[in-house]
Unconditional design. Structure first.
Length: 493
């Protein structure tokens, strides 16, 4: 439907999608692949059974990785190619949210807040599940915009089930939908709760696996949560959805600077306060946002770390933007000015992030790969420690496929996505076998190389290995890596 003097919903949606998609594609091409994305690619290249087997040691369900596996079968065989799934999901989510808004001023505010949002840029340029999580959350917000019919409730159940299987945070979204359902009349409440129960029932086969996953696979989120000042942790679900919030260290974004972040957060809170005064108009998205945010904080404090600030916030973003856009509509021209300030600030931050990604220096793994490329020959044996297997192998390119790769401890090869150094400290018994393997490799005419991780406590265990295998330092970049080697008798000097 068109409106005099302005664009209709379809044009607004197309404009917002074009901006979000353009930023996403640019970011996907500029940003250097990083460790977790390389693990996504590793799983995408695996079989469906291999994906499930690997994720028994991880912290998430297999849905996203199975989708990446399908994309790989269709030719997406790089991190940047897999990122296009995230870009497409962000574009679709933005389109759905804008199309769901009938009132012109609310729609204008939503476009300003969403189109160049830094968190959407980060999710789009990331071969991980957060882009899909945003899309599914946007679908939920749209489906709850009206009382559910049986058909709409079925769509809600499918969407929630997909969210649960794509990312464990889908369970938080499903619980939030149940809370929102409690605010509906009897029939709508019953259908909403049935949809949530159906989604949870679909996830039951994976629940025992998830509950047995090692706590070390979630340790990075625990560290991230603790690095945020205690006084601010409780406000994170409210503030981080804003385009100009102070960003944490958990996403690779150019921060807006504290003065700008404080101003942007105040503008965001003014929009929220205006919307809350019209609570009936935002009851369902507000209930989704508040209950999901409260669940993230409560679960992290009481159970296990589940809230990685600025990553998990894409789950809250659709409902938050709907609420803020209603606040902008209620404030009239002042509201649109606030939305414009936030949108412009978010666009500036996204542009600064793209520049940062473009200018980013090579990661330490690239230096290790370059050193290895100078000395290694096809058929050589390389032992990696810590987190280096995926990153160095990726940076080596074609030569990586011509080398024999070993890990210390050997279990790292089973799940190279995350690494618990405590496991290495319990793996000293593996060293004699590793020494024998390297001695046999050397005797067969192959050079052997050891990539050490000086910063890890387990590194001291390798002193015995280098002594018995006759290895000597070749190159290094403190405190990240050291390359030790021993030439074969027939190998080039």
């Amino acid at each position: 439907m068109g409106y005099p003097g302005g664009m209709g919903r379809e044009r607004w949606a197309a404009a917002a999608a074009a901006v979000a998609g353009g930023l996403g594609v640019t970011g996907a091409l500029l940003r250097r692949p990083w460790h977790d994305e390389l693990y996504t690619l590793e799983l995408a290249r695996s079989s469906a059974a291999g994906i499930v087997r690997g994720l028994r040691l991880d912290s998430g369900p297999p849905g996203y990785y199975l989708l990446c596996h399908l994309a790989h079968l269709l030719g997406a065989d790089s991190v940047r190619a897999l990122r296009m799934l995230s870009v497409a999901a962000i574009v679709a989510g933005v389109t759905i949210l804008v199309l769901s808004m009938v009132e012109r001023r609310q729609r204008t505010a939503a476009v300003l807040l969403l189109a160049a949002h830094p968190l959407l840029l980060a999710a789009a340029a990331d071969a991980r599940a957060y882009g899909l999580l945003f899309l599914l959350s946007a679908l939920v917000v749209w489906l709850l915009d009206a009382d559910p019919s049986p058909g709409r409730a079925t769509a809600l159940a499918v969407t929630l089930a997909a969210a649960c299987w794509v990312h464990a945070l889908g369970l938080v979204l499903t619980g939030a939908v149940a809370v929102a359902g409690a605010l509906m009349d009897a029939r709508a409440r019953r259908l909403t709760w049935l949809a949530a129960l159906a989604a949870l029932a679909s996830f039951l086969p994976w629940l025992p696996i998830m509950l047995r996953q090692p706590s070390a696979s979630l340790a990075w989120m625990a560290r991230g949560w603790q690095e945020v000042p205690a006084a601010l942790r409780w406000l994170l679900p409210v503030t981080q959805a804003g385009p100009l919030a102070p960003r944490t260290a958990f996403v690779d974004l150019a921060g807006p600077g504290m003065p700008v972040a404080v101003l942007g957060t105040l503008c965001w809170l003014v929009l929220l306060a205006a919307a809350v005064r019209a609570a009936r108009q935002v009851l369902r998205p507000l209930a989704l946002w508040v209950s999901a945010g409260a669940a993230l904080v409560a679960a992290t404090v009481l159970l296990r770390p589940v809230y990685a600030p600025d990553r998990a916030d894409v789950l809250l973003l659709p409902a938050a933007v709907v609420v803020a856009a209603v606040g902008a509509r209620r404030l009239g021209q002042i509201g649109l000015v606030l939305a414009l300030v936030l949108g412009a600030g978010g666009a500036w931050q996204s542009q600064a992030t793209l520049h940062r990604w473009e200018q980013a220096p090579p990661r330490p793994a690239a230096g290790a790969a370059a050193a290895l490329n100078e000395v290694a020959r096809p058929g050589d044996f390389v032992v990696t420690t810590g987190w280096w297997l995926l990153d160095v192998r990726h940076s080596l390119g074609q030569l990586a496929g011509q080398l024999h790769w070993l890990t210390f401890p050997a279990a790292v090869a089973v799940h190279p996505g995350w690494y618990d150094d405590g496991r290495a400290l319990r793996s000293a018994s593996e060293l004699p076998q590793l020494v024998q393997q390297l001695a046999a490799a050397h005797a067969s005419g192959h050079s052997v190389w050891l990539l050490r991780s000086p910063g890890l406590p387990s590194n001291r265990l390798l002193d015995r290995l280098v002594g018995e295998a006759g290895l000597a330092p070749v190159a290094g970049q403190q405190p990240f890596w050291e390359l030790w080697g021993r030439r074969s008798a027939e190998g080039p000097e």
